[in-house]
Write a protein that binds this ligand. Structure first.
Ligand code: SIN
Length: 523
């Protein structure tokens, strides 16, 4: 079955939905997701949306916090655009009717999270911001936005001019092709490449593999953020938001002794790469770690999602502490795009966690990701509303005949190997051990039609894991979330250097947009 339309969006998180509702003013939009709209990092997001909406705050401070947390490995023009446009987008969202939580004085209640110098986290339903936001925007979608659930995108269609002109998917009942003027990747991150993760179990980095195999440029894959506090009961059971520490929670050891005191000026609210590393070291030494919540009044009202998660997993909160462990949470890298989502392949766009615009640097600032999704989703849509035209060339380039031939690392072994060798702390030996088990970065796409969804998904997992491992091996320094025990310091010669994968090659560049067809934001 074939569908011809204006725009196809792959993915169902906040960037996809916000783009779709804006694009629907001019275009027919088809959203395809491999699961449903309740399965995404956006939907699970607890903390909220970081935005400068208080008179007591300033965009310059939010920009500074973002740069500091990400250790200055950013595209600064894009950071400025995110924070400044983001403040307006969030204000509009609130004005049009999105119900955020209010305090007793009737003002919007602003939370505090790690590495923020101000209370600026807009939240909803306590710790259910992502769910509330997804439900709200999905509820606003008009009838010319069509949602197709349980469809797995496995091949981007390129025409004879090497432009993207559609996508092939596998459905529960067979195959389908979409032909479109524009294809937008909004597939989210890759946290589920790791054994211990806050992400949905479907977050394998499919979109990155899809784009890379089609020839798009990908960067910053070594920067995988680990969140310091996942509920840990015989394995990771979900997130315990940083907002809990913003409300007074503290990392403690089994004896109740504070862990972060004296370790960093911001203590329990230090940037995530610092807190995750401390939790990792404790656990590696055989010590259990907890968040002490005894000083938080009305915990159940403030954090209903986390309260339920704890109850479901048999954690008795009456003793005032939650067992935790660090786990993979967010990928700072991805498909290189400009501020409007354009990738290096004409008519292929990317937005949200799958994209890399350099706004998160080496370690994303808490709650800047929902902000990114709605802000860049809106900006991309505005760009296409103003500049979009029709694709006329649907003559497909001939398939490269190189189907999956490599032996692939099975899912569970891959997730374990990623955690051990490309996790919070990396080394040359560990990365090399991992790399030899994964496909090379020269992998090219081929005709994948004959393979099952499961086989292709495993192939995509292996490809994305390989990009992470190669980039982590190449960057011989520690910066932000990329920590090497054999290169424990930042190195000047790695400052503002981007490891870029393109057409089967890995290059180190001095500019995110060097030799790239995307445009750099000029303020
Ligand atoms: C959290 O609630 O701790 C996560 C928020 C985020 O990752 O931005």
């Amino acid at each position: 079955m074939n569908i011809s339309t204006d725009i196809v969006i792959i993915g169902g998180g906040i960037a996809a939905l916000e783009a779709a509702r804006n694009l629907s003013r001019r275009f027919h939009v088809h959203i395809i997701t491999k699961s449903d709209l309740t399965v995404s990092s956006s939907y699970k997001a607890q903390g909220g949306i970081a935005a400068v909406i208080s008179a007591d705050d300033d965009t310059a401070l939010h920009i500074q916090d973002t740069l500091k947390a990400g250790e200055y490995h950013h595209h600064e023009g894009n950071v400025k655009a995110l924070i400044e446009n983001g403040a307006s987008v969030v204000k509009e969202l609130l004005q049009e009717g999105f119900q955020a939580d209010h305090n007793e004085d009737g003002e919007i209640s602003l939370g505090l999270e790690g590495a923020h110098s101000k209370h600026r986290i807009v939240h909803a339903g306590g710790d259910a911001t992502g769910k509330n936001l997804v439900d709200y925007i999905a509820g606003e979608l008009p009838p010319n936005v069509y949602i197709h659930t349980y469809e797995f995108a496995y091949e981007l269609l390129l025409n004879s001019a090497h432009e993207c002109c559609g996508v092939r998917v596998k459905t529960n009942s067979g195959e389908k092709s979409y032909f479109a003027s524009y294809v937008i990747l909004a597939t989210g991150g890759a946290g589920a490449l790791y054994e211990c993760t806050s992400n949905c179990e479907t977050s394998y980095g499919d979109g990155i593999a899809l784009a890379y195999l089609a020839g798009a440029s990908v960067t910053d894959m070594e920067f995988v953020q680990f969140h310091p506090s996942l509920l840990y009961v015989n394995g990771a059971r979900g997130l315990v938001s940083e907002a809990v520490r913003g409300a007074g929670g503290k990392f403690v050891d089994v004896n109740g002794k504070p862990i972060m005191d004296g370790k960093h000026p911001l203590g329990d609210l230090a940037p995530r790469h610092i807190t995750a590393y401390e939790m990792y070291k404790m656990r590696e030494n055989g010590q259990e770690v907890f968040i002490d919540i005894s000083r938080i009044k009305s915990f159940e009202q403030k954090f209903p999602t986390i309260h339920n998660l704890c109850s479901q997993n048999g954690v008795d909160l009456s003793n005032g502490r939650i067992p935790i462990a660090p786990g993979s949470h967010f990928l700072m890298g991805g498909v290189i795009t400009d501020l409007y989502g354009q990738t290096s392949i004409p008519r292929l766009f990317a937005v949200g966690e799958v994209a890399c615009t350099g706004v998160h640097g080496a370690n994303r600032l808490a709650s800047n990701s929902l902000l990114e999704g709605i802000t860049f989703g809106t900006m991309m849509a505005t760009y296409l509303l103003e500049n979009g035209d029709n694709q006329h060339n649907f003559i497909l380039r001939s398939d490269i005949d190189s189907p999956i031939s490599e032996s692939l690392l099975p899912k569970v072994l891959l997730q374990k190997a990623m955690l051990s060798n490309a996790g919070i702390v990396r080394s040359k030996e560990g990365l090399q051990k991992l790399i030899v088990q994964l496909p090379g970065i020269t992998s090219k796409t081929g005709n994948l039609r004959g393979y099952s969804k499961e086989r292709i998904e495993l192939y995509f997992m292996n490809i994305t894991a390989s990009l992470i491992a190669h980039a982590a091996q190449e960057r011989t320094e520690s910066r932000g979330a990329h920590i090497r025990n054999d290169y424990p310091m930042k190195a000047n010669h790695w400052q503002k250097r981007w490891i870029v994968f393109e057409q089967g090659k890995m290059n180190v560049r001095n500019d995110l947009y060097e030799c790239n067809q995307t445009k750099s934001y000029v303020n």
